[in-house]
Design a protein around this ligand. Structure first.
Ligand SMILES: NC(=O)c1ccc[n+]([C@@H]2O[C@H](COP(=O)([O-])OP(=O)(O)OC[C@H]3O[C@@H](n4cnc5c(N)ncnc54)[C@H](O)[C@@H]3O)[C@@H](O)[C@H]2O)c1
Length: 260
């Protein structure tokens, strides 16, 4: 379905990003993986993906807290494999803390990785997509791009910002065969939520499953951690021609969280 396309997926050596990369590769896209692993480690993950799905795959290392590395990421991906016709901004970090003592350094890092990096990659990738007359941008926001929870000020600002930025770029590219959408996951079973699970588990004598149940019972009506693969499959749909009429959308994949 996506043969001849090249996808750059940020933060794709683990978690949701890896699941998205696998789903896109399964749909036939060539893949540029991105992460913070060494070139050798990343190349090994890319080689495994190429073998598993019969596509071309490469790996680019960049620390997205550094603006110049974010600014250069699309060029690096183009050099490593080809100009991306699909861009998935997935890399993200979290820090939970009340506003009174929220560390400014964490604020800066969260805004840089979760929002500013997507500004740079979209700015870099859109001109080529316009020339080609086709492009797909999928930004991984969060339910916290749509609604709030306590102690997540920087994450909320970044994810609400990403939803707004995506809508704007969707409007700017709407006549050129390009779509720009956000996926807004609820609790998904990856490393980023482990500190929050650990905090809950501690309230139940270290019982991890009890911690997870407590976390889910608060906000996620289906009471189930989402497998990352569910997000990957939705990303493939948004890249497909069936979704050509969908742009500027922030799509919750959240077990009912934002229906409440
Ligand atoms: N897991 C959830 O419950 C959940 C819910 C909603 C949204 N999300 C979003 O999904 C996305 C993926 O997160 P995940 O759940 O797979 O967590 P994860 O921690 O497994 O993955 C985060 C990815 O971001 C990359 N990353 C982190 N800091 C970076 C930096 N400085 N430079 C470059 N890359 C960096 C990591 O290498 C990693 O690949 C994030 O944007 C996150 O906010 C996750």
């Amino acid at each position: 379905m996506l043969e001849n396309e090249t996808a750059l997926v940020t933060g794709s050596t683990q978690g949701i990003g890896l699941a998205i990369a696998r789903s896109l590769a399964q749909a036939g896209a060539h893949i540029v993986l991105h992460g913070m692993e060494s070139q050798e480690e990343g190349d090994a993950i890319a080689a495994g993906m190429a073998t598993a799905y019969g596509v071309r795959a490469a790996y680019v290392c960049a620390n997205l807290t550094h603006a110049e590395q974010a600014e250069g990421l699309v060029a690096a991906a183009t050099g490593a494999l080809a100009a991306p016709s699909i861009l998935v901004n997935n890399a993200g970090i979290q820090h939970t803390c009340g506003i009174d003592s929220f560390p400014a350094e964490r604020w800066d890092a969260i805004l840089a990785v979760n929002l500013t990096a997507a500004f740079y990659t979209m700015k870099s990738v859109v001109p080529g997509m316009r020339t080609r007359g086709w492009g797909r941008i999928v930004n991984i926001a969060s339910v916290h791009g749509l609604v709030a929870s306590v102690n997540k000020g920087a994450y909320l600002a970044a994810k609400h910002g990403l939803v707004g930025l995506s809508k704007g770029v969707a409007l700017e590219t709407a006549t050129q065969g390009i779509t720009v959408n956000c996926i807004c996951p609820g609790w998904t079973d990856t490393a980023i939520i482990q500190p929050q699970i650990d905090l809950r588990a501690a309230q139940f004598g270290g019982d991890r499953n009890a911690g997870i149940r407590d976390l889910l019972s608060e906000k996620q009506p289906n009471q189930t951690l989402l497998p990352p693969e569910r997000i990957g499959e939705v990303a493939v749909f948004l890249c497909s021609n069936s979704a050509a009429g969908i742009t500027g959308v922030a799509l919750p994949v959240d077990g009912g969280w934002t229906a409440q």
